[in-house]
Design a binder for this molecule. Structure first.
Ligand SMILES: Cc1cc2nc3c(=O)[nH]c(=O)nc-3n(C[C@H](O)[C@H](O)[C@H](O)COP(=O)(O)OP(=O)(O)OC[C@H]3O[C@@H](n4cnc5c(N)ncnc54)[C@H](O)[C@@H]3O)c2cc1C
Length: 503
């Protein structure tokens, strides 16, 4: 390390330049500005290049981050970004044909009076194991509280139109003191210590103590300027394109879940906006041409208007933090949106970066960079293996693509866990054998899919009549709550009434 760079490190990070104004750049800039107010944060983005314009499903991490960590007003966010609620995902997938995945617990629990965890009783029927799953199945969003008001609490996520999200976050970022500029990066000057300066189309040159590469798939700084290698996930994930389209909602009910529907060479999402239905067929170009994908998409979605094809590669940067550049968002890594993980990854990355800066008194060195890279690398690899499981065991369609997935999908670090599952069955104690600790999905995430797809194990448990009665009682209670719950539209109407107050 040169003396000059050491000097820079010892003077600490007080200025950050974010390249990119998509959801990654905006969320990272907001996280830094809100949590490190002494730092000057400048965000430069190119209108000419624009944003990717997809990424409309979140996980439960997202509202918690916005409202609890950043302190953004709920009233304002609901008014400007106009999200609808997502309580989970409905998978049209696996041997059963469908199952729900919520943000709470279905299988990481044991009902009192039963000798085993719920997964041991779910062979025949796995419906309504949680209140939220019963509500999703019944087309509802939230339980009804006093005066029939929706109880909007617990673990829920959002569906948000990307354009509205970016516009809303831009306004909030400016108000919080993030300096925003429009310009297009032409050239980054780099040396052995990292980026020295950025040169833009307008003729301006900018430099900072720390650079955030949020330039999306273009990886302007981490990839092009610093040459960090890309690690492909092509051994586990075979999809590399999506045909995207949608239509103005007509009589279709507004559901509080994303749908992931098995297709011939991949799967199709359905994201529920209040006035628009967004669909996208994620497929492998080795198995289907763009024209064939478009035709299959239209067959399933006859109301779809114009479509566009987005190409992507699954994988991650070997290191997301290199020298004085931290890549966040699609520039750091990308996996297809089957579990809508990208916004959560942006949030983890932003929070972890803030933590590393604070931990080092704003003088991050190799120790912080190594820790950050270890953490983010594992987070990407865990998602890779989690998604691989969806492909390996989906037997709903017998097509060349799905046969290829069953035969060739690598379970990666998850293989040993899977062998234990086959011996021990769906026991929550398997958490100890998960390869990633701590893990994002918990044992719940893995069991939902293994049981939802009816992946066999050798630890069957014959339920007693008493156990079956208890089992039924719980599911019936969940169904009753669901029958009295409110739909997504009723909940949206409720929060727009003049007397509504967010607690
Ligand atoms: C098909 C598909 C579906 C997806 N669905 C989901 C989902 O449901 N949920 C989810 O969480 N995520 C989803 N994603 C991921 C989603 O794209 C990202 O979560 C999110 O939009 C972050 O993108 P980004 O900000 O990294 O990149 P982008 O939105 O591409 O933004 C890049 C920014 O960098 C700027 N830029 C680039 N080059 C330059 C330059 N030379 N000079 C100046 N500025 C520059 C651009 O102008 C832009 O402002 C999906 C992605 C794809 C491809």
């Amino acid at each position: 390390m040169t003396a000059q760079y050491k000097e820079k490190e010892s003077s600490g990070v007080s200025s950050v330049l974010v390249l990119g104004g998509g959801s990654a750049g905006l969320l990272a800039a907001l996280a830094l500005k809100c949590q490190l107010p002494h730092c000057s944060v400048k965000l430069i983005h190119s209108k000419e290049i624009g944003v990717i314009g997809v990424g409309e499903g979140t996980t439960a991490v997202f509202p918690q981050f916005l409202f609890k960590v950043l302190g953004i007003s709920k009233e304002r966010f609901y008014r400007e970004a106009m999200p609808t609620w997502k309580q989970g995902i409905r998978f049209l997938w696996g041997e059963r044909g469908d199952y729900f995945y919520d943000f709470g617990f279905q299988y990481d629990q044991q009902f009192p009076g039963m000798s085993k965890a719920t997964g041991f009783y779910a062979e025949e029927n796995c419906d309504d194991l949680s209140e939220v799953c019963a509500m999703m199945r019944a087309g509802k969003a939230f339980a009804a509280g006093p005066l029939n008001k929706p109880l909007i609490k617990g673990e829920y996520a959002f569906h948000i139109e990307n354009e509205k999200l970016v516009r809303c976050l831009t306004n909030i970022a400016i108000e919080h003191g993030v300096v925003m500029e429009e310009d297009t990066l032409l050239h980054a000057q780099a040396d052995e210590n990292g980026i020295r300066s950025l040169h833009f189309q307008s003729g301006a040159t900018h430099s900072a103590d720390l650079y955030i590469d949020a330039s999306g798939f273009r990886t302007e700084l981490i990839g092009k300027a610093l040459g960090v290698p890309f690690q492909s996930f092509a051994g586990s994930l075979f999809c590399d394109r999506a045909v995207i389209g949608g239509w103005v909602r007509q009589e279709e009910p507004l559901q509080a879940y994303t749908t992931a529907e098995t297709m011939d060479a991949g799967w199709c999402w359905q994201i529920e906006h209040e006035h628009f239905i967004n669909r996208g067929y994620v497929y492998g170009a080795d198995f289907l041409s763009d024209e064939q994908a478009e035709a299959e998409f239209r067959k399933v979605n006859p109301r779809a208007g114009n479509t566009r094809v987005v190409k992507f590669r699954s994988g991650r940067m070997e290191r997301s933090w290199e020298k004085n550049v931290v890549a966040i968002g699609n520039s750091s890594g990308f996996v297809e949106p089957l579990e809508a993980t990208a916004l959560a990854q942006i949030i983890f990355a932003s929070r972890w970066l803030v933590e590393m800066l604070k931990q080092s008194q704003y003088r991050p060195g190799d120790a912080q960079r190594d820790q950050y890279n270890l953490f983010m690398g594992r987070a990407w690899d865990e998602i890779r293996d989690f998604l691989a499981l969806h492909y390996k065991f989906n037997t709903l369609r017998d097509t060349p693509f799905w046969r290829h997935c069953q035969e060739h999908t690598s379970l990666g670090d998850f293989q040993a866990f899977f062998e234990k599952y086959q011996q021990i069955g769906p026991s929550p104690t398997l958490i100890n054998t998960l390869p990633y600790q701590p893990n994002v999905y918990g044992i719940e995430g893995y069991l939902v899919h293994l049981l939802g797809m009816r992946v066999p194990h050798r630890a069957g448990h014959p339920a007693t009549p008493q156990e079956l009665a208890i089992w039924e009682k719980h599911r019936a209670r969940h169904r009753l709550t669901a029958s009295q719950a409110l739909t997504c539209q009723q909940a949206l109407d409720a929060i727009r009434r003049p007397h509504w107050r967010w607690d």
